[in-house]
Structure formats: structure tokens, C-alpha cells
Design a binder for this molecule. Structure first.
Ligand code: G3P
Length: 194
């Protein structure tokens, strides 16, 4: 198989591991998809009230993106980019969950960490500032995801900027319901139980 196709499938398989679902099930908390926003990500795992599990979900959903990029990067920089795209797509459209996965934010950050860590710092800083001031996880992710491709472009990593422009568009599409709730003032705040 050609290298890039292999990198894409490899990234996809890693990315499609639904850690939020696995961890909440292992902890006996039932199906995280039946509470809060119904999402499998760390923000919604936090709505179970278990902070450690939410932190672990964030970390593992991130690291699967980072690991995919770093391993594929041994072969070539292009393979790293393709594997990162695969991991992100795998998280959002996992074949195991009938393609109904997460919203991609943690994996976006993890892929960015593997490809260009300075970009991940920017994402994390913006996310923390907006989340701290507004208590909206979704809003923090959306603002950070707008800034990242622009910042990457300005910093001269144009190939990575192009990838993240695409990932940002997908993040926005996956946050349609969140955007509607933000607009109508009904979005759940961080830590509020679902
Ligand atoms: O990372 C996902 C976050 O932006 C929104 O999560 O569960 O509030 O839809 P949720």
C-alpha cells in the first residue's frame, strides 16, 4: 500500500478509539451519550461529575492524535499530516460507533501538538482564556479554532495551516447545535451537570 494511504488508515484507526465512552463505561457510569450534550468528549464526561475521568478523556483523545502524527512522522512530514487528518476524522466519524463520534476538539489539539507544538500552545492559551472568562467549553474551542489557522499561516507553516483550516471548518460543522445554544443563551457551562 502507498505510504500516505497507510498513514491515513493508521491515523484513522488510532483516532477512532472512543476513550470517553470506554472510560465512562469502565467506571460504571453508563453511556455518556445519554447525558448532557450526548457527546463522547471530555466536556460531556465532566457532566458525569467525575473530573478525573474527564481529564483522562481529554488527555487520551489528545494523545491519540499526537501519537498518530509522531509515528507517521518517522516516515515523512507528509505522512505525519495525513495521519493527523486521519486521527481527527477517526475521532469524529468512528466506524465502531456507526460514524457518530465526537466534536474533535481534543484530537485537534493533539494533532497540532504533534505537528507544530507552538500552535498547540496558542490553542491552549486562547481556550483557557475564553473558558475561564465565559465558562463555555464550546465557545472557547470555536474561538481558538478560528485563531489557529491564521496564526499558523502567519508563522509560515503553510501546509499545516491548510490542514487546520479544514479541521476548523469540520469543528464548526460539528458544533452547529452548540452555536445555536450559545446564540439562544441555553448552552451548558463547564462543570454544570447534565
Ligand atoms: O469539545 C467539545 C466541546 O466544545 C463541546 O462539548 O459536550 O458541550 O457539546 P459539549
Amino acid at each position: 500500500i502507498p505510504l500516505l494511504l497507510f498513514a491515513l488508515v493508521f491515523g484513522y484507526l488510532l483516532g477512532s478509539i472512543p476513550f470517553g465512552l470506554i472510560l465512562t463505561r469502565m467506571a460504571g457510569l453508563g453511556d455518556v451519550r445519554s447525558i448532557g450534550s450526548g457527546n463522547i468528549g471530555a466536556t460531556n464526561v465532566l457532566r458525569t461529575g467525575n473530573k478525573k475521568l474527564a481529564a483522562a478523556t481529554l488527555l487520551l483523545d489528545m494523545l491519540k492524535g499526537t501519537v498518530a502524527v509522531l509515528i507517521a512522522g518517522i516516515a515523512s512530514p507528509e505522512a505525519a499530516i495525513v495521519a493527523g487528518f486521519g486521527a481527527f476524522v477517526g475521532h469524529i466519524f468512528p466506524v465502531w460507533l456507526k460514524f457518530k463520534g465526537g466534536k474533535g476538539v481534543a484530537t485537534y489539539l493533539g494533532v497540532l501538538l504533534g505537528l507544530f507544538w507552538q500552535g498547540a500552545l496558542i490553542f491552549a492559551a486562547v481556550w483557557l482564556i475564553i473558558a475561564y472568562t465565559t465558562r463555555y467549553s464550546s465557545l472557547a474551542a470555536l474561538v481558538a479554532a478560528i485563531i489557529v489557522p491564521i496564526a499558523l499561516y502567519i508563522m509560515g507553516v503553510h501546509q499545516i495551516a491548510a490542514l487546520f483550516l479544514v479541521l476548523t471548518i469540520i469543528v464548526f460543522i460539528k458544533h452547529r447545535a452548540n452555536i445555536q445554544r450559545l446564540a439562544s443563551g441555553t448552552e451548558g457551562k463547564i462543570g454544570a451537570k447534565g
